[in-house]
Design a binder for this molecule. Sequence first.
Ligand SMILES: [Zn+2]
Length: 435
Amino acid sequence: MYDFCRMYAGGSLAGARKLCAGTTDIAINWSGGLHHAKRGEASGFCYVNDIVLAILELLRYHPRVLYIDIDIHHGDGVEHAFYQSNRVMTVSFHKYTGDFFPGTGKLDDNGHGSGKYFAINVPLQDGIDDDMYLTIFKTVIDDTVTAFSPSAIVLQCGADSLGCDRLGAFNLSIAAHGECVNFVRAFNVPLLVVGGGGYTIKNVSRCWTYETANLVGVAVPNELPATVYDSFFEDSHWKLHPPLTGNIENQNSPASLQRITMNIRNKLRYLQGAPSVAMQEIPPNIQGLLADEDRTGEEKDEDRGTGQAGERRNDRHTARNDFYDGDNDVDIGDEEDSTRRTTAAPKRGRGSRRGKGRGRPRTSTATASTENADDGEATPTPRRTRGRGRGRGRGRPRNADKNKKENEKETDKESVSVLEADNPATPMDVDAAAS
Ligand SMILES: [Zn+2]
């Protein structure tokens, strides 16, 4: 069991790592997506929450991560892990009746402390069909992306929301489930796709095959090829898209879904724009703790920040206000940013604040706000006061301690983000303009 957990959690971590290094735009781990596991307990067939681990890895580089969950069950483990964080927005679409597993995820559970309104729940009833699901999914996700402006997205694609699932009670077709994936992909934001539930196995394999094809931009025929698994698919005459819909009465109404949509839209107004991350701690480098493990050449490149994704990659998403690309990053000529950031090996020592607030200071302070008192709780990772990345030459900047003391004198409400001095691959950058 432990080996199994290591494999699926390692897969999601490796995907997050590649997204941070820029060596891929989309990473897929169908064996991951075990969204019910908690820090202190296993739950709902989930032992280790690979999604939480992957998001923590993404937070080392990305200022804001959006988590989307289309499993029929509430993504409670992920929501719980980031319930007090404004850097991770969780959005879960699920069946909610109060007694359906895991029993959480009602419309008014929306986060706490700094994370207030950064958890969205879309509670649905049995039998929701393609049209209704796609309408509410696209509306809520569109509003959320607009309000939160994520720099990375994690999509949990549990296939138990399909019609004919052994445990689920929705009426979704594989085409509609896949349309949700396409919709998220179209935002062109670094995307980690993971699996999840799904208990009619032949439809799970169909669904994730179709979604893999969509994610890599390939059209696959409806006719399944001949394989040793043909007997599983005989009942549908070996089709990729069998009829799955209409088996369960739809207990959702357009009016009930409209109420949910409006409720969520009102809550998103409280965000008042995407939050700055200037005052946040950088989560620990989980894989950096494994310095002794064998690493491939590609992984070593990623460690050094010299990983490449091929010559044709010139359309990678960058959230420009959030990133500082070294000495070559000047506000004039920003259109060349995307090519520069793959080649620059920046020297350090620039001023800490520049004209448009896009600087990358070694230490940074946040404008005090009413919520800053909660900063220490904003991410569930322990505060680290010593150098990270043991044995790998990633110590703190030499003057970090000095600056830290000076800043802490200014106000108790300010906190300090110490940036890694010599690793250009993991810039946790600062958006002073948005504060
Ligand atoms: Zn599920």
